[in-house]
Every structure is written in C-alpha cells, then in structure tokens.
Design a protein around this ligand. Sequence first.
Ligand code: A3P
Length: 290
Amino acid sequence: SEVKSDNHKLVLHRGFSFISGTHDPDEVDQINNLEIRDTDVFVITYPKSGTIWLQQILRLIETRGDIPDSANMMNSDCVPWIELVGKVKEFITAPSPRLRVTHLQYKFMPLALSQKKGKVIYVARNPKDVLVSYFYFHKLATMLETPENFSIFFEKFIRGDVFGGCWFEHIKSWYSHKDDMNILFITYEEMVQNLHLVVKKISSFLGKDLTDQQQANVVKYSTFRNMKQIPQANYQLISDQLLDHQQGTFMRKGTIGDWKNHFTVAQSEKFDQVFQKEMKDFPLSFIWDM
Ligand code: A3P
C-alpha cells in the first residue's frame, strides 16, 4: 500500500537487528554508560510480549490507580522506549521516576544495572504466540516489511531475522544475568491468568504499597477490554505514518494459544525442537495454551 514505503530496512549492529531511521546505532551505544538512579525502572520485552500492557500498568501504579492528570499523554510518551531516536538525550535530563521500556538485549543496557542500580522487569511470553502476534504486527507497522505469508515469517522468526533479533538469544541474554540485577521476571501468561496477582508483585517490587482500592483500579484500567477503550493506552492515537490502522489494531486478541490457529503440526514440531535445543540449560517453562 501507499503507506508501506521502503523505510523498513533492518540493519545489523553489534549482532542485533535495528530498524533504520527508527534507531540510531550511535545513540544506542550511549546507553551502556548512562548513569542510573535508584528510581529508574526498565521494562524489558522481546517485541509482542506485553510492552504496551506494562506501559499502562507502570503509569497507573505511579498515579495509584487514578487515570492520570496528564490524561491526554500517550503511554508511549510517559513510558517511552529508550532505544528510539532522541530518547537517550531525553532520559539524561528527565525527572524521576524515569520509567522506560526496551526491546534491547542485555549487552546494550546500562552497565550500572548490573551493580544493582535501578530496577528491571523482564516480561516473557510463550514464543509461539509471540511469533503469531509479530506476524500481524508486521502488517500494521509501516517500518516493518509485510511478510509474504505465514510460513515465510515463521522461518524468519526462527532465524531471528526480525527487529529484536532471535527470541532465544533475547531471553537468554537477560536471564543469565538475572542475579546481577534488581530484576522481577514475569510472564504474559501469568498476567492473563491472574492480573491482580501480577500487579501486586509489580507494585511491591517497585516499593509502592497501594491500598486495595488503588490496586483494584490499576487492574481495572489495564484489562484487555478496558485498554481497548482507552486511546492513550492502546496506540490508536499513533500516527498513520507509523501504524497503518486499516490493517488491524495493536490490541489484537490478548489471549494464550492463538498459535494453534496458525501453526501447522509440522511447524509446531519444528518449533518445539528448536525450543528444546536452545532452552535446554534454562529452567524456564511456559504456558502454551489455556
Ligand atoms: P496479540 O497480538 O496476541 O493480541 P507488545 O505491546 O509487546 O507489542 O505486545 C502486544 C501484544 O500484547 C498483543 O498480543 C496485544 O493484544 C497484547 N496485549 C496488550 N495489552 C493487553 C492486555 N491488557 N491484556 C492482554 N493482552 C494484551
């Protein structure tokens, strides 16, 4: 279509695929040496693992469950990606608390995190559902190339030939450093199954003790159904130049196990084999369906 231009080139930098124009390798390289405050919070996700969801939850925990005063500000402005063009500079002078999300692998992140400065929340999602969600996102996002079909995208994802690189490398890079950091490890699936419990975990990790009512409000405004109604939270306000809204919505399905509607038996078996090989030394288990 018209909107889909040729601006979706992936560029490899330090072994990681970035999107040309969206990311600037020189700026990304400054992240390692950023000074970190104890109040800084980084949410780490491989794409399509619940980033937008955590943006909403962090923002709500900050306002103790009130729909924020700055109601017109989008979550992507309140809890921005550190790796986007211009965001490193903004981070340096931003007032506390600096709440950020990132899709970067561990090696790009502030070294100070490994001296237990700041806080890190890693959100993992079962990678079969990530793959399906990412497939649809490639239709929506103008900076990503629309895949010819699902099986071509399936292979690309397994090769790690997408922004964010290889899913396995991403999670392993963070997980193997988990003891060096103040880190909370959560999964998308536990959020789907018990959002209340996860919000509680997050707020206590951040040292915010919310009343039961405040806690209930955070949960209420971050359910799939309600986020779909909140333009500041669901990315419907993001410009057509970035998201081709005719192709779908960011808040697509929000379920566990949609991969079963897309994978063939052969694809599922192939994926399982790769998963077992890649993850054999990592004691991480996922919920694959409900
Ligand atoms: P689906 O495409 O499977 O629906 P990210 O923000 O990292 O790009 O992840 C987007 C995925 O998270 C989408 O998955 C989206 O629907 C899902 N998501 C976002 N908010 C959610 C919520 N409140 N509840 C459940 N899923 C949510």
